[in-house]
Design a binder for this molecule. Structure first.
Ligand SMILES: Nc1ncnc2c1ncn2[C@@H]1O[C@H](COP(=O)(O)OP(=O)(O)OP(=O)(O)O)[C@@H](O)[C@H]1O
Length: 307
């Protein structure tokens, strides 16, 4: 009984775990967003899609944004990454390493997108040119960001394909359509992290994958995050991933962030009725009759994050 109690404690219970948590809490913010607002112009009228969005993510930290479909998660991520379509306008402040994104010139912003901010999308096929070999595409990417000889660039690409658990030679020579969804998403992850970004935006990276493959991709993101120290903005509908891997959670509803906090606290004691409903609607997280009380993965999370 005592053992279970200890295991489910929300505090790390080893020195290594405590040190890791402390280091994360003391790390400088990589991304700061203040009063972000995005509007669309329709028939000479402006309509707000997201508003009053403020949050920050520290080095090595994963912030998950959750909320129902259409609540504004992807629009928020696109505004941060400078990927909003022309019809949408953003205002507010976004800082990356204490430098306002408004200060970046247009050319810098393009470089910033690839080098400082890595992206992984739900639609992994869309990350690649269909009839170009994976190797050619990754080589182009590496050489856009760094002056490397062909041999050095190829070695870098092979190294990253290995890091994401793929057979480098075969994948290098493959076309995107010759790879499975999970393999494509791994390559997309390698492409996103290869330039060494300080922020990875993962917009529903597991939605198009089966459950097991999605789990493996999330394990990989967590492992690479810990190896590279990048901050992760993770957008998802799947609260199991949030519970197992996110440090903090922000909940969006109708274009606003209605609640945010430590994952270990917010998922157990959500303050907002909407968050409670969201948790209750996640069958694997809720026990019958106790929508916000039971999280079967508690012990797992404790082990994987803090020990
Ligand atoms: N280019 C656009 N023009 C007009 N409205 C848009 C555009 N892109 C998104 N929207 C609207 O903005 C709102 C937020 O969309 P967004 O894609 O951010 O939602 P989401 O929370 O990411 O949803 P999902 O979980 O389904 O991906 C929605 O009402 C959507 O219809």
């Amino acid at each position: 009984m005592q053992k279970t109690k200890e295991k489910n404690s929300r505090l790390p219970h080893t020195d290594a775990g405590r040190n890791r948590l402390r280091a994360r809490e003391e790390a400088p913010p990589v991304l700061r967003v203040e009063q972000l607002q995005v509007a669309v112009s329709e028939q000479n009228q402006s309509r707000l899609l997201v508003q009053n969005i403020s949050f920050s993510i520290r080095q090595g930290e994963m912030l998950a944004i959750v909320g129902e479909s259409g609540s504004g998660k992807s629009v928020t991520a696109a505004a941060i990454g400078g990927l909003l379509p022309k019809s949408l306008r953003s205002s507010g402040q976004i800082w990356l390493h204490n430098r306002s994104l408004h200060e970046w010139h247009a050319d810098d912003r393009k470089r910033l997108r690839g080098q400082e901010i890595g992206w992984v999308f739900q639609n992994y096929k869309g990350s690649f040119t269909p009839f170009m070999r994976i190797g050619t595409q990754l080589m182009e990417l590496v050489r856009t960001h760094e002056r490397l000889s062909k041999k050095e660039a190829k070695a870098r690409v092979f190294d990253w394909l290995e890091k994401v658990g793929l057979p480098p030679k075969r994948v290098y020579e493959s076309y995107p359509f010759q790879l499975s969804g999970g393999q494509c998403q791994r390559v997309a992850l390698a492409a996103a992290l290869m330039p060494g970004p300080s922020l990875l935006i993962a917009d529903e990276p597991t939605t198009a994958l089966d459950v097991l493959t999605g789990e493996r991709v999330m394990d990989l993101i967590a492992a690479l995050q810990s190896a590279t120290g990048c901050a992760v903005l993770f957008i998802t509908h799947d609260l199991r991933h949030v519970w197992r891997r996110a440090d903090r959670v922000a909940v969006m509803k109708n274009g606003e962030m209605i609640e945010s906090g430590l994952a270990s606290q917010l998922l157990i004691r959500p303050a907002h009725p909407y968050t409670r409903n969201l948790l209750a609607a996640s069958p694997r997280l809720a026990a019958p009759g106790k929508p916000d009380a039971v999280f079967p993965a508690a012990a797992y999370r404790e082990e994987s994050l803090y020990v």
